[in-house]
Design a binder for this molecule. Structure first.
Ligand code: NAG
Length: 408
């Protein structure tokens, strides 16, 4: 398998086949380290669930909490290096996130056209080959010691119905079916699956992430920002068929319709017909190893705190088995911008109970000490007895193992 990978690199991207004696990528279980190499989680001949179970059983509560951020610190006691969850690869491996650095022997990667343009080819073989090239280049950058993680926060598959959004060029457009097909091809290419799927063994070439889950397509419009946007998805509003409105309620712009949308109760039809299909395909057929929940609320509930969305739908109905990350600061805004959670600890408790089991990105308000106080307080989840932290790490540690195993 290693030989195949090297051949692929030589064939496709000679530039990336560079001897890197000096810098090695971060990997656990260094065979030169006698104190760690005997751990079962380091034994690459064991099945990944067994290795993850062994690793998680060795983590303390503080270890687990420390890993709940995008810049996860090392756990030297177990020989585990730091891990950077945040890397970007929307239309090529990019240094837009902190995980990728073009400051060594590799100075750049291939930049493909914007997704809205690529999608207009309606060519899913092309989308797959672009994904493949991105996955191979990502692995090349990692092997050259210039990547601090292999989790990439792409594709962006929000349905682009509203030109005021400002991020439409990142997406495959307004058609749920095309967006879903794009997601499947891109993810299979990046993660190292075959075009038709089903070839993925337990290792990932790189990890792709379906974002932003869900009904996110407004960033800043007449005083309504993505941080407070509440998408009211209603069959009543849909039947009004306002081109301007697109099934959404802009709280400040159209308070009257907003009131009606809320009053006449919210239907799941618009979600089922339009906003969810790309995510369902991305997860079920693409087998993406990550999901990012969105800033906005849907029918009043922040996406990242929505148990129905994350646990019942993604994990329950679609059998999603990877990590869930919040968008940057999407946990802190649940308290400070939206006031949905009364205290920062409640925001953390809400997202964990909803099913975020992976890193969530914390920059401003919610720092580690707040997390710790959350787990210690009576208000939030408490101690080691808290369910999501018992089972959660198996998802996110599993993804790390799948992308960072280093041939011994
Ligand atoms: C590249 O940037 C990273 C992150 O800032 C730094 O840790 C590393 O030392 C840099 N490498 C070189 C060769 O400058």
């Amino acid at each position: 398998m290693r030989i195949q990978r090297v051949l692929l690199l030589i064939t496709c991207i000679p530039l990336l086949f560079i001897s890197t004696e000096a810098t090695q990528p971060p990997f656990a279980c260094d065979s030169l380290n006698p104190s760690t190499r005997l751990y079962p989680f380091c034994d690459t001949s064991l099945p990944i669930p067994q290795r993850v179970g062994d690793l998680v059983s060795r983590l303390t509560l503080e270890d687990k909490i420390s890993q709940l951020v995008s810049t996860a610190p090392p756990i030297p006691r177990l020989g585990i290096p730091s891990y950077q969850w945040w890397s970007e690869s929307l239309h090529g491996v990019a240094n837009a996130g902190p995980g990728i650095r073009f400051n060594g022997t590799i100075r750049s990667a291939t930049s493909f056209p914007q997704v809205i343009l690529t999608a207009a080819s309606f060519d899913d073989h092309l989308w797959y080959r672009i994904g493949q090239a991105i996955g191979i280049e990502a692995r090349g950058v990692y092997n050259a010691g210039q990547a601090a993680g292999m989790t990439f926060w792409a594709p962006n598959i929000n349905v682009f119905r509203d030109p005021r959004w400002g991020r439409g060029q990142e997406t495959p457009g307004e058609d749920p079916l095309v967006s879903g097909r794009y997601a499947v091809s891109y993810v299979r290419g990046v993660q190292g699956d075959s075009f038709k799927g089903g070839k993925l063994d337990h290792h990932l070439q790189a990890s792709a992430c379906c974002k932003h889950f869900t009904a996110y397509d407004l960033d800043n419009w007449k005083g309504t920002t993505r941080f407070v946007f509440d998408a009211l998805v209603s069959i009543v509003l849909l039947s009004l068929d306002l081109a301007f409105f697109n099934g959404y309620c802009l709280l400040k712009a159209l308070p009257f319709l907003c009131f009606f949308g809320a009053f006449l109760s919210v239907s799941l039809q618009d979600l089922a017909d339009t906003y969810q299909p790309p995510f369902k395909s991305c997860i079920q057929e693409g087998r993406a190893s990550g999901i990012m929940c969105a800033y906005n609320r849907v029918n009043g509930v922040p996406s990242c705190a929505d148990f129905n969305l994350l646990s019942k739908t993604a994990r329950g109905k679609w059998n999603f088995n990877g990590y869930i990350v919040s968008d940057c600061d999407a946990v802190s805004i649940i308290h400070d911008a939206e006031g949905y959670a009364k205290a920062p600890e409640d925001a953390v408790g809400d997202v964990l109970k909803a099913g975020i089991v992976g890193p969530f990105v914390i920059f401003t308000l919610l720092r580690i000490n707040i997390l710790v106080s959350c787990f210690r307080s009576t208000r939030g989840p408490s101690g080691n007895g808290y369910g999501p932290l018992r089972s959660g790490p198996t998802y996110w540690m599993g993804v790390i193992i799948k992308v960072t195993d280093w041939p011994s």
